[in-house]
Design a protein around this ligand. Structure first.
Ligand code: AMP
Length: 114
């Protein structure tokens, strides 16, 4: 199967601005930010969509949100606020089929999304 853009970033085949990396996750800047802060929290395990999550992935998903909380504190936006989003499939706006948590902040965000 072809590698996704995120697998290529994890393998250092293409560059990215990396904020954090451990055995399970990598956190990078989104190349096309929608706000002053727009990170992508990406599991190293390739899971194509949220629909492909298994029970064994529960801890991994928890780690992604723990990472979001830590980044919010590190970036000083935990109090002002931020948003985390998983897009799923076409109507959800997913374009890269390797799950990733968008972490967006640094300005007041509108609701509902378009
Ligand atoms: P989604 O549309 O939810 O699948 O999100 C995919 C995100 O990946 C988009 O916000 C893109 O801007 C971002 N993206 C695509 N290519 C790259 C890249 N090479 N480096 C960083 N972010 C990327």
């Amino acid at each position: 199967m072809n590698k996704t853009i995120f697998e290529k970033i994890i393998l250092r085949e293409i560059p990215a601005t990396i904020h954090h990396e451990d055995d399970d996750l990598i956190i990078i800047d989104d190349i096309n930010p929608v706000a002053p802060i727009h990170l992508l929290i990406i599991p190293k395990k390739k899971i194509e969509t949220l629909n492909d999550l298994n029970a064994e992935d529960t801890e991994l998903i928890g780690k992604m949100f723990q990472a979001a909380k830590k980044m919010a504190i590190k970036l000083g936006i935990d109090k002002s606020g931020y948003r985390t989003i998983f897009n799923c499939n076409e109507d959800g706006g997913q374009t890269v089929y390797h799950i990733h948590l968008h972490f967006i902040g640094g300005r007041s965000l509108g609701w509902p999304p378009g």
